[in-house]
Ligand binder design. Structure first.
Ligand SMILES: [Zn+2]
Length: 422
């Protein structure tokens, strides 16, 4: 009886929720119609004085719409569009990002004499009409005032690296980059313990004294179980950028130990374990990561698809060959990524499929194997080659750079609110 009542009450609840959803939908449609059809404003005026107006580009705007709206004629609009394309490589406007400033003459004519297109915080394109009425275009790169800041933190009981990093004041985007960098060296699920210390040096970009965005991770250091993992960002003489350990060896490995960032390990590599479905003891030739059905699975390293198919144990699986000795296998997928077939070459991090629970599996997860010279190895402990090592000249340059950077970091440790510029 109690149960029946609950069901009825639940039904009423469902009705109320459906009603509420219906009313919201009608309101949403009304708002869309109102703003979609009645709004005569093109762009969004964000500031205005007697002689200037700044317009934010919004969805649906085009350059010509905005220029016509400001009173320019069709000839001017065409001239401006072609000079922008030829001199500034600007073909169109992007909503919610680009801005346009119009400057008018002070005289009675109040004609538009200058237009400033701002496609990014780091670039502006000045357009002005000369005596003959022709438009001249001058793209200017805005100089970044880049400051390196230092943040350090410590893992507390029950913390994740993400929580500890946020507490240390490290922005989410920088933390995501740090995860990506360290995913080759450590497993954030099993390697993280209370008491571990970490530090990150990263860039903040300023313009005219105001912070605009964050730049790259310059140095990261983490006291992992295996010992301190430290890497430095360094630009080689050919201008290619990589991360190197304190000795100048490539820090980015050919394969990731954890293909899906921040995924919890639910079953480790073992030569003997009781199989959860079969019930008897047999080797677990890979590592299982918890991953809800549909989680994108990135390739652990660059390589080529050598097998894609289905078998009773693995369900839907993909096998990649990375080089002469390493292969990786991904099992229990719900589906494969489009255009990833036998023979396809994939980049490190490219999505090859989506997690699921096909084959012999008790729930959605990724089963991940690393095969070295035909033998299964433990992904968490196998020694992995680096992909980017330095030649002698670059190594000497790196060690010199590292010395300067380390000294700067010493200063930042003593004065954490300071920054350095290099
Ligand atoms: Zn498994």
């Amino acid at each position: 009886m109690e149960k029946a009542k609950n069901i009825i009450m639940n039904k009423n609840l469902v009705k109320i929720i459906l009603w509420a959803a219906g009313i919201l939908a009608v309101m949403a449609i009304a708002v869309t119609i109102y703003f979609g059809f009645s709004s005569k404003n093109i762009g969004e005026v964000i500031s205005k004085t007697d002689n200037t107006v700044v317009v934010d580009v919004v969805a649906g705007d085009t350059l010509s719409k905005i220029l016509l709206d400001q009173g320019l004629g069709h000839n001017d609009v065409n001239a401006i569009a072609s000079v922008l394309k030829a001199k500034a490589d600007i073909n169109g406007l992007r909503a919610n990002r680009d801005k346009i400033e119009f400057v008018r003459s002070n005289d009675a004519e109040n004609k538009i004499t200058k237009i400033i297109v701002i496609p990014s915080p780091w670039r502006r394109v000045d357009l002005s009409s000369d005596d003959t009425g022709a438009w001249v275009c001058n793209p200017i790169d805005i100089e970044r005032d880049t400051r390196m800041v230092y943040r350090q933190g410590e893992i507390l009981d029950g913390d994740s690296f993400y929580l500890a990093g946020s507490r240390a004041g490290i922005p989410a985007g920088i933390l995501a980059d740090v995860y990506d960098l360290l995913a080759f060296e450590m497993d954030f699920e099993r390697d993280v313990r209370a008491g571990q210390k970490f530090s990150v040096v990263y860039e903040e970009n300023y313009s005219e004294g105001k912070k605009v965005d964050n730049g790259a991770v310059i140095v990261v250091s983490f006291d992992a179980l295996r010992g301190n993992v430290k890497m430095y960002r360094f630009k080689k003489s050919d201008n290619s950028i990589g991360y190197y350990d304190p000795n100048g060896n490539g820090a980015i490995k050919s394969l990731k130990r954890t293909p899906i960032n921040n995924a919890k390990v639910t079953s480790s590599f073992s030569t003997r374990r009781k199989h959860p479905v079969l019930g008897f003891t047999r080797a677990h030739k890979g590592v299982d990561f918890r991953a809800p059905t549909g989680t994108p699975i990135p390739a652990a390293g660059a390589g080529r698809v050598v097998a894609r198919g289905y078998n009773r144990g693995h369900g839907n699986f993909i096998k990649l060959r990375h080089n002469g000795s390493f292969e990786t296998l991904y099992a229990h997928m719900s589906k494969f990524a489009k255009n990833v077939k036998v023979g396809t070459t994939v980049k490190q991090g490219q999505i090859i499929g989506y997690s699921g629970s096909t084959g012999l599996s008790t729930g959605p997860h990724l089963h991940y194997e690393i095969i070295k010279d035909g033998k299964h190895v433990n992904p968490m402990t196998v020694k992995l080659p680096a992909i980017n090592n330095l030649d002698a000249a670059n190594k000497a340059k790196f060690l010199e750079y590292k010395k300067v950077l380390d000294e700067a970091i010493e200063g930042l440790i003593k004065n954490p609110s300071a920054f350095v510029q290099m």
